[in-house]
Write a protein that binds this ligand. Structure first.
Ligand code: NG6
Ligand code: CA
Length: 510
């Protein structure tokens, strides 16, 4: 009898508590993924940098800051592919740094992060850098450009097609070039120049920024680019205004979509080359344009946060901040990045940088902030951007999961220190393996150092094996001392990657 009474009581309590639980869960959170371009592990003060990044640090210090957070690749396109699909980029042979004329890389039938959100009733948007290809070959830039982000689940898009250093140097809103004058059509080629058009190579007198390697084709806004462009004068961006342009679009989107949950992918263009801070930030850091655009990006994040605060959205918006790949100083222009670096270590304590299979290629700043919902902490859980699709799906009650991604929501919310056990990393079509504290890099042909960017690429004549718990900077190759560990790592790597992982003869970099 007493038991029965107790269970009746328990039932009563559980019935009563249910409505309360559903009310608190009722409004799913907005989600914003802020994605920097080439920001290194050591570039934020929260990660030990001497650069002042108060707004990025705010997210880090009031959220979960990951010390082992990874981009999927050491370059942009493959990382963005993995972020938005939850699939390893090396599974798609076309997932390489794309020219501005490349067709859309992601199949429109494929599951994507914005589709996961849209299926749960979210409004979805991208503002910023795309670099995943557009159209299905031979794009006519003067008509509606499709397929693109809008066919992959983004209901609103305001993007640059590829990179800031590649043509076309125009903004595209929902598939239409913004501010295009139809009487001055755009023509783009990555093969040859258009008659009568100046280039960085032939017309150095017209340049306000000099090219160091590559980047000597069409000149736009005094800056020589990769690729040739003709026409579209009224639509061409002014690089110095790009941060403001994207920020305003992101703020407008938030203000006009606050009635229903939204997902916004805010893809910053900094600190990728060409580094063109607005005049307000010139000289802000004493570190030249690279430092100044990091200050500018930091300010943009602060402004977006202010907008969320003003609109009363901060308590109901989860923010992820990370970077698409590691840092590079000289990436093709003379811009004082090397000369003014001083003691700053863009990669922090890590070896390598952008393009590298060493840790600095892919281990990046990574944090998740959600006011009043996440208790601030530093987490050593290993997480990858490839896990965001499955984890954010779990957050919003979607059952969607991707093949290579894991649901690590508890780790992202700081409730668990359990991250992934293993991870395959990619850099310019080569792959390496992480498991626990160990990193394994297979042998690849090619130069050990890319001299032009001055980055160690991770090409070695034999296997590299590193114990990151005692050797974060990957200075001591243990492959010979730990043959069993090495064999175990190779076997585990090949189980995911297959044995045909291509010890490529030539690097893709020109
Ligand atoms: C390289 C460019 C580099 C940068 C990179 C893409 C040359 C010599 N180098 O090919 O400047 O644009 O591509 O960077 O052209 S990423 O962050 O978008 O992957
Ligand atoms: Ca990048």
């Amino acid at each position: 009898m007493r038991l029965l009474l107790l269970s009746l009581l328990a039932l009563l309590i559980s019935c009563q508590s249910e409505p309360a639980a559903t009310t608190t869960e009722a409004q799913p959170p907005n989600v914003i993924v802020i994605y920097a371009d080439d920001l290194g592990y050591g570039d934020m003060s929260a990660y030990g940098s001497d650069l002042s990044t108060p707004n990025m640090d705010f997210l880090a210090e009031n959220g979960v800051r990951f010390t082992r957070g990874y981009a999927s690749s050491a370059t942009c396109t493959p990382s963005r592919y993995a972020l938005l699909t939850g699939i390893y980029p090396w599974r798609n042979k076309n997932a390489k740094i794309l020219p501005g004329t490349a067709p859309l890389l992601i199949d429109t039938a494929q599951l994507t992060m914005p589709k996961i959100f849209a299926a749960q009733g979210y409004q979805t948007a991208i503002v910023g850098k795309w670099h995943l290809g557009l159209g299905s070959g031979n794009v006519n830039w003067n008509q509606h450009i499709s397929p693109g982000p809008n066919e992959l689940g983004f209901q609103y898009s305001y993007i640059m097609a590829a990179t800031q250093d590649r043509v076309p140097t125009v903004y595209i809103e929902n598939g239409r070039v913004d501010h295009l004058d139809p009487t001055d059509p755009i023509e783009i080629s990555y093969k040859e120049n258009f008659a009568g058009q100046t280039t960085g190579k032939d017309n150095p007198e017209l340049l306000k920024m000099k090219w160091h390697h590559g980047h000597n084709n069409s000149i736009v806004n005094g800056i020589p680019r990769i690729g040739f462009m003709k026409g579209g004068e009224s639509a061409r961006w002014v690089d110095e205004n790009m941060a403001d342009t994207f920020l305003v679009k992101a703020q407008e989107y938030v203000r006009s979509h606050k009635e229903k949950p939204f997902f916004m992918y805010y893809a910053l263009q900094q600190p990728h080359v060409p580094r063109t801070p607005h005049g307000r930030f010139v000289g802000a850091t004493g570190m030249g344009p690279r430092g100044d655009v990091i200050a500018e990006a930091d300010w943009c994040i602060g402004e977006l946060m202010s907008t969320l605060r003003e609109e009363g959205l901060l308590e109901n918006t989860l923010i992820v901040f990370s970077s698409d790949n590691g840092p590079v100083l000289n990436d093709g222009y003379y811009d004082d990045a090397v000369e003014k670096i001083g003691d700053h270590k863009a990669a922090g304590p890590l070896r390598g940088g952008k393009y590298s299979l060493f840790e600095a290629g892919t281990r990046v700043p990574f944090m998740v902030y959600w006011k009043d919902h996440i208790t601030p902490k530093v987490s050593d859980a290993m997480v990858s951007q490839i896990d965001l699709c499955s984890s954010l799906a779990a957050l919003i009650g979607s059952e969607a999961r991707t093949d290579d991604g894991q649901d690590l929501l508890d780790a992202f919310m700081g409730k668990s220190d359990q991250g992934r056990d293993e991870l395959v990393l990619e850099a310019t079509s080569r792959t390496a393996y992480r498991q626990g504290d160990w990193a394994m890099i297979p042998p690849y042909k090619g130069p050990a150092l890319n001299e032009r960017v001055n980055i160690e690429l991770g090409n070695m004549t034999d296997y590299g094996l590193y114990d990151l718990s005692s050797d974060l900077g990957q200075q001591k190759n243990l492959a010979e001392d730990e043959p069993e560990k090495l064999q175990e790592m190779i076997a585990a790597f090949e189980k995911i990657r297959g044995s045909d992982y291509g010890r490529i003869e030539q690097l893709e970099l020109k």
